[in-house]
Design a protein around this ligand. Structure first.
Ligand SMILES: O=P(O)(O)OC[C@H]1O[C@H](O)[C@H](O)[C@@H](O)[C@@H]1O
Length: 298
């Protein structure tokens, strides 16, 4: 099929659907949230909840929500991030997941398509720092998401952020994540203690870890789907790995009780010691390339 970009509706949300080089990508304007990424005839690369609600003012469970200008609970962020906001009940994962974004630029050729999204109503939000976030989505035979920030104010700004990537897996109990051994992580489920493993990660229970000092490449081996997904990161040395497992799944919105078996979040981030400080006039780019390497030798 030739390259095609169409405006579509998913429930109450305006979205863009892109077909290019045997791949399909769907992006909601709300939150500039990538919802789907798949190769024709193959299992999806990104996980999207079968219970997803496509409603205005509600983040969609799955795909790649953008967490910005803080990640997770604001009170768990370093003081340099927290002190910039005086909010009564700050929402988890910042301020832009439910905001309208707009497609500002599109560039297409035979090799790749690039879509550039900007926040639509940046100036109207009194709590935003003087920083413009931009999401650039590049689809070649891989998907690259790049979140850039430009400080247009006259004071330094510190923020935390994440591309909260939900990967689809055949069975989360069977996968192995390479690249995490000997890397310190903060375990959000164990009193925020710092730990380290000497083996590649395999999941046996609820997992919520903030890895620091990461290498630029991680690999997810999925023996049942006989494929390896490679994540290559730029402009980030931290990532959050999350799977809610059995009990927590029952508390989550838009999440089937057994959906934990079909997903794993690897969230390219700037968190904890890796938060991002931008001087006036400074810009920064954090990107993740998601590549399906196909089959691998176990
Ligand atoms: O339910 P949400 O606000 O989308 O957050 C979903 C998850 O995001 C991250 O991975 C956090 O580390 C988890 O603690 C959190 O539960």
């Amino acid at each position: 099929m030739a390259t095609e970009l169409n405006r579509i509706r998913r429930g109450g949300l305006n979205c863009w659907q892109l077909h290019h080089r045997g791949q399909t990508l769907v992006i909601a304007e709300q939150g500039a949230q990538v919802l789907e990424y798949r190769r024709d005839g193959e299992p999806p690369i990104l996980w999207l909840s079968e219970q997803a609600a496509y409603e205005v003012d509600q983040g969609v469970r799955g795909g790649v929500p953008i967490c910005w200008p803080w990640f997770g609970a604001l009170e768990r962020n370093p003081d340099s991030v927290q002190r910039q906001y005086q909010l009564h009940e700050p929402p988890a994962h910042g301020l832009v997941r439910q905001q309208p974004w707009r497609l500002d630029e599109e560039h297409m050729d035979k090799e790749q398509v690039q879509l550039i999204f900007q926040l639509a109503e940046h100036g109207d939000h009194q709590h935003f720092p003087p920083v413009t976030p931009t999401l650039t989505v590049t689809l070649s035979n891989t998907l690259t998401l790049s979140l850039s920030n430009h400080n247009h104010g006259n004071r330094s700004v510190t923020l935390s952020q994440a591309l909260h990537t939900y990967l689809a897996v055949a069975d989360s109990r069977q996968i192995t994540v390479h690249g995490l051994a000997h890397t310190p992580y903060v375990d959000a489920l164990d009193d925020w203690q710092t730990r380290q493993d000497d083996q590649p990660l395999q999941l046996h229970q609820e997992t919520d870890r903030l890895y620091l000092q990461l290498p630029s490449q991680l690999h997810v081996e999925d023996p049942l789907w006989q494929r390896q997904i490679q994540l290559t990161c730029r402009g980030s040395h931290s990532a959050v790995i999350w799977n809610p497992w059995i009990k927590k799944s029952q508390l989550l919105s838009q999440f089937a009780p057994d959906a934990w078996q079909r997903m794993l979040c690897i969230e390219t981030a700037r968190v904890l010691d890796d938060v991002l400080t931008l001087a006036p006039g400074e810009s920064h780019e954090m990107a993740v390339e998601i590549r399906d390497n196909g089959s691998f030798q176990p």
